[in-house]
Design a protein around this ligand. Structure first.
Ligand code: CA
Ligand code: CA
Ligand code: CA
Length: 485
């Protein structure tokens, strides 16, 4: 009797949350096409791998439309292997019909190894990690808060107990099967390294999960990013802080491994229409991305974008700026909120007030030759009378100080056809005597006097060509300043 009342309470309590849970359970029973392309093209293969150290544990967040085997968690120990090492592989996978087999395919530079995993038993939710992300029925990823994570995990455990209490054996679809195996490494992975788990269930449905140990995801600095056929077509791994600014993330297919902070902006979303997000050593954050750029022109001073920060407030760069409460940050936030594209108003010539930090969407390129002026950057078309601030006028970073105006001015004489007619002059505008140097001012010919008179030795007849002279024009000059870049 006592046991029955406890059971009744458990049923009642669980039903309170069953709508939410039912939706979640449906998520586990939805279709996922096989990752169709797992190898990046050759030009993307030679990226530096940033492999996690030690045992690599991961959780899988899949599309809510998946059918057949669903991957939940896994371990690869160690991920960074060398010849002679033994690598252990573990995966927890679930299917309504039960899992028939799990195979791991490891592709390295010169070989591909197939490791058949063994079903070593089933695991309870209480022995699994709490899920931090949820894909809703519309395929939108939700980042769960601390209390939601705990509650959701508790409900899963409660429902699992409930199912067990009502049946001597839980429905096969509830079985979270643990499969394990190992292999001895005998090849290197300088350019290629993929680990693919392939699970087949008792209905013959197959799904795969690929961890491409490569950070070539080709995410643009600004705007939407899609993983799948209409975007980046290969599995990839986030191994340094990255994300999408001013855009949505859509996973159409393939697998994205999160081994570093991965951000998307407030007001945008992650859609998982297919494929999976594999949460490894990183996390997904709804926040902003920032980089350091002292003059704020979008060009970083080195050969790379530099460190990327995923946080709500601008970071400190160069020990300054980005306090999170400073005027610039407030300005950035306000302008960005109102009109993102105009967040960075560029000042004119010369050295500029440093801003130190910019949003990642403003990134335009590398190799800023002078990071103290937002008017000096590679291929700039700005021409300036003031030097950059360091005495140089090389505003377009080609190591040449190109002058805007190099013409010497002149008044070219036009001889009259008839004797006694006035001479005329055609102006070629230009510097009066010599080409002014960058930033200096000098006389610039802007007009010619037109008062010269034809003078011939004998004007009794028609004025024969070459038999007259014209007085020199007195050019009219103004002061002009030489601009350079
Ligand atoms: Ca710059
Ligand atoms: Ca600059
Ligand atoms: Ca130049």
């Amino acid at each position: 009797m006592f046991t029955q009342s406890r059971l009744f309470l458990l049923v009642f309590f669980s039903l309170l949350f069953s709508v939410w849970l039912l939706r979640d359970l449906i998520i586990y029973l939805t279709p996922q096409p096989l990752s169709t392309l797992t190898q990046a093209p050759n030009n993307l293969k030679n990226k530096l791998f940033n492999l996690p150290a030690g045992n690599f544990f991961f959780q899988v967040t899949s599309a809510s439309t998946i059918q057949g085997p669903v991957f939940l968690e896994g371990e690869i120990n160690p991920p960074d292997v060398h010849i002679g090492d033994i690598q252990h592989l573990k995966i927890i996978v679930q299917s309504p019909s039960g899992i028939k087999s799990v195979t791991t395919r490891i592709e390295t530079d010169n070989s591909e190894d197939i490791v058949e995993l063994t079903h070593i038993g089933n695991i309870s939710f209480k022995d699994m990690q709490s899920e931090k992300y949820l894909v809703d029925a519309n395929g939108k990823l939700k980042i769960l808060k601390g209390s939601e994570i705990a509650l959701r995990h508790w409900i899963k455990i409660a429902n699992e107990k409930l199912a067990t209490a009502f049946s001597a054996k839980a429905a096969s679809g509830d079985d979270k099967e643990m499969w394990e195996g190992s292999w001895t490494v005998h090849d290197t992975h300088d350019a290629i390294y993929h680990t693919t788990f392939i699970a087949e269930d008792n209905d013959g449905l197959t799904n795969s999960l690929t961890i491409a140990w490569s950070d070539a995801c080709e995410i643009p600095p600004n705007g939407d990013w899609t993983l799948g056929q209409s975007g980046y077509k290969y599995d990839c791994t986030i191994s340094s802080t990255d994300g999408v600014e001013n855009g949505d993330i859509t996973i159409e297919s393939n697998n994205l491994v999160i081994n570093a902070p991965f951000a998307f902006n407030p007001g945008y979303q992650i859609n998982i229409n297919g494929g999976s997000i594999i949460i490894g050593t990183g996390q997904i954050k709804k926040t902003y991305l920032w980089i350091c750029d002292k003059d704020g022109d979008g060009y970083t001073s080195g050969s790379t974008m530099g460190t990327v920060y995923a946080q709500d407030n601008a970071p400190q760069c160069g020990g300054k700026g980005g306090s999170g409460t400073g005027f610039y940050n407030l300005y950035q936030k306000l302008v960005h909120y109102l009109e993102p594209k105009k967040a960075m108003a560029l000042p004119t010539c010369g050295s500029t007030t440093p801003v130190y930090t910019i949003r990642r969407y403003n990134f335009k390129g590398t190799n800023d030759c002078y990071n103290d002026s937002s008017n000096a950057y590679p291929n700039s078309t700005n021409l300036c009378a003031d030097n950059r601030g360091d005495g140089s006028w090389d505003y377009n970073c080609d190591s040449i100080q190109e002058k805007e105006l190099t013409q010497i001015g002149s008044c070219n004489t036009q001889y009259p056809l008839n004797c006694h007619d006035n001479c005329s002059y055609i102006l070629i505008p230009g510097w009066k005597d010599t080409v002014a140097t960058c930033g200096t001012s000098s006389e610039w010919l802007v007009n010619c006097t037109n008062t010269g008179t034809c003078i011939t030795p004998d004007c009794s007849t028609a004025c024969p060509l070459g038999k007259y002279t014209c007085e020199n024009s007195n050019g009219i000059n103004e002061i002009k300043t030489q601009k350079c870049r």
